[in-house]
Structure formats: structure tokens, C-alpha cells
Design a protein around this ligand. Structure first.
Ligand code: C2E
Ligand code: CA
Ligand code: CA
Ligand code: CA
Length: 279
């Protein structure tokens, strides 16, 4: 693999990527990667916007490719979804997250909840809640330590399968996050009916915060409506101190982004948990 000075993998440039040369070839390589266990989870801390306390983390998938190094999910999740491989990959993510949480608990670390991304295809199958129950039980993990992120667009249409699945997951005691909020067409009242716990506002809106009054007013409106409906608000993609300051003023609950911490390999997480605070 390719490493930079800090011993971290660099992302392979998509433009040079021979991975995307042929969809069939990529699919074949993904199957091989599953079999050879070339996937790992990185973890990006989320912190309380007021105190800087690490309150949870998002698990983000990485493919450690023997030739290309660290490959972003943006390069293979789309094909995984159209090819159906996401069903195997999705369950693998669940298993890896549970295994990791268990390992941190055994080390006596002050663990925080980990959220995993679940794709629409998995939801449509109606097996997500059962798989979650199996993996939580297998590793003896309280359901409050695992959370599920589902994109706003995946919930659109309110198909009966998705609604039933969301209800079943909630019944396990696993919290639900609306991912990429603002990029689709769902209303906050719809989301409240679905009893979503956390609203993750898409990075596009965070990046507007410093630029325009409108950007700020828009974010403010989301925060106050979400709070009125009993939801926690997370800002995604916080990249500057100015954005953090504005989000604090707006009463946004939690922040996630490069300004606080990049997605980190599992080995870097114990130090973060021990420290407990990122500002
Ligand atoms: P997402 O769920 O919206 O995840 C957030 C993405 O934003 C991550 O990209 C993260 O590294 C990146 N990010 C975090 N902070 C910042 C920031 O301050 N600035 C910028 N520019 N970016 C930031 P990543 O890890 O490349 O993942 C991309 C997408 O791939 C995710 O978007 C998610 O939709 C998907 N994905 C990742 N892991 C999984 C997985 O296990 N299962 C499924 N189904 N999808 C996954
Ligand atoms: Ca996410
Ligand atoms: Ca997101
Ligand atoms: Ca996204």
C-alpha cells in the first residue's frame, strides 16, 4: 500500500483508478475482498458542541486494497448496491462494529455508541433488525451502544417494508439517525412520525454557515424545528473554527468533521476515548 509520512494510508486517486475500469472486474474484486477480509472500519468521533466531549462515533468503511492502498467507499458502495453485494458487506460492517465495541469494552475503555451506515437495499430486505439482534447478542453488547444511520432518501416513499424495519430496529433499543438531511425531500414531521432520534444535517449546509446570512438562517430553522420535535441535531462536515462557533450559537447539539477529528483507524481510538474531549 501507499503510506504518507505519518504511516497512514493515502486515498488512491479516483481519476487514476483502474478499479473502476470495468464494473464486472470491480464486482469480482469486491467478492474477492470480502473473502480475503480486506475491509476495515475507520471511526470518526462526534462531539458535544458545547463541551467538546466525545459522545459517539461513526463507523466508515475502508477497503485496504493490496495494490491501491486505502480505497474510499465512494468508489465501491454504488456498485455494491446495484450488484446486491451490499447485503453481504452491510452485515460484515455490523459484525465488525460489534466485534470492535466488544474489544474496547474488554480493554476497560469508556466506550461510546458507534453508528453504522445501512443502505436502502438492506432495509428493503427487512432483515436488518434480525441481523442487529444476532450480532449484538453474539458479542454481548447493549443495544444502546450501536446506532443506525439511514439516508433521508432511503426513507422516502415510506414503503411498508422500510417502516416496519425502522420500528423493529427501534424496538431493539437501537437509535436511528437520519443521514444527509436536507438533500432529499422528507419533512421533519414525517421524520418525527418515524420516530427518528438524531438528525444529521448534510455537509453542504455546514459549509454555507460562514458564507451567507441565508445559510445561517436556514440551519437555525432546522435546529429549532428538530428540537421542537424532540430530535438531536448533528452538523456533518465541520471544517473550521468559525463553523463550530456559529453552530454553538445556533444550539446545534453535536458536531462531526475534520476540524474536530478525521476518521481514524481503530488503533487510534483508545487514546481518543481516554482523553474524552476534543476541545
Ligand atoms: P456519509 O455517511 O455521509 O459519511 C460522511 C463522509 O464525510 C465520510 O466519507 C467522512 O469521511 C466524510 N467527512 C467527515 N468529516 C468531513 C469533513 O469535515 N469534510 C469533508 N469534506 N468530509 C468529511 P467516507 O468515509 O468517504 O464515506 C463516504 C460515504 O460512503 C458515506 O457518507 C456513506 O454514505 C458511505 N459509507 C461509508 N461507510 C459505509 C458503510 O459501512 N455502509 C454503507 N452502506 N455506506 C457507507
Ligand atoms: Ca453516515
Ligand atoms: Ca452524511
Ligand atoms: Ca453523504
Amino acid at each position: 500500500g501507499k503510506t504518507d509520512g505519518k504511516g497512514q494510508f493515502r486515498f488512491f486517486e479516483a481519476s487514476q483508478s483502474r478499479l473502476i475500469q470495468s464494473r464486472l472486474q470491480l464486482k469480482h474484486r469486491l467478492i474477492e475482498a470480502i473473502e480475503l477480509d480486506q475491509f476495515v472500519l475507520y471511526y470518526q468521533p462526534r462531539v458535544d458542541a458545547r463541551t467538546g466531549r466525545v459522545c459517539s462515533m461513526e463507523a466508515l468503511l475502508r477497503w485496504i486494497h493490496p495494490q491501491h492502498g486505502l480505497v474510499s467507499p465512494l468508489e465501491f458502495i454504488p456498485l455494491a448496491e446495484t450488484s446486491g453485494l451490499i447485503l453481504r458487506i452491510g452485515e460484515m460492517v455490523m459484525e465488525k462494529a460489534c466485534r470492535q465495541i466488544d474489544a474496547w469494552r474488554r480493554q476497560g475503555l469508556p466506550v461510546v455508541p458507534v453508528s453504522i451506515n445501512v443502505s436502502p437495499k438492506q432495509f428493503a430486505r427487512g432483515e436488518v433488525h434480525r441481523q442487529l439482534a444476532v450480532h449484538l447478542a453474539r458479542h454481548g453488547i447493549p443495544p444502546s451502544l450501536l446506532e443506525v444511520e439511514i439516508t433521508e432518501s432511503a426513507m422516502m416513499g415510506e414503503q411498508a417494508e422500510v417502516l416496519a424495519e425502522l420500528g423493529a430496529i427501534r424496538s431493539l433499543g437501537v437509535k436511528l439517525h437520519v443521514d444527509d438531511f436536507g438533500t432529499g425531500y422528507s419533512s421533519l414531521s414525517q421524520l418525527q412520525k418515524l420516530r427518528m432520534d438524531v438528525l444529521k444535517v448534510d455537509r453542504a449546509f455546514t459549509s454555507e454557515l460562514g458564507n451567507s446570512r441565508e445559510g445561517r438562517v436556514f440551519f437555525q430553522a432546522i435546529v429549532s424545528m428538530a428540537h421542537a420535535l424532540g430530535m438531536v441535531v448533528v452538523a456533518e462536515g465541520v471544517e473550521t473554527g468559525e463553523q463550530l462557533t456559529i453552530l454553538q450559537e445556533l444550539g446545534c447539539n453535536e458536531v462531526q468533521g475534520y476540524y474536530l477529528a478525521r476518521p481514524l483507524p481503530a488503533a487510534a481510538i483508545p487514546a481518543v476515548l481516554m482523553q474524552g474531549n476534543l476541545f
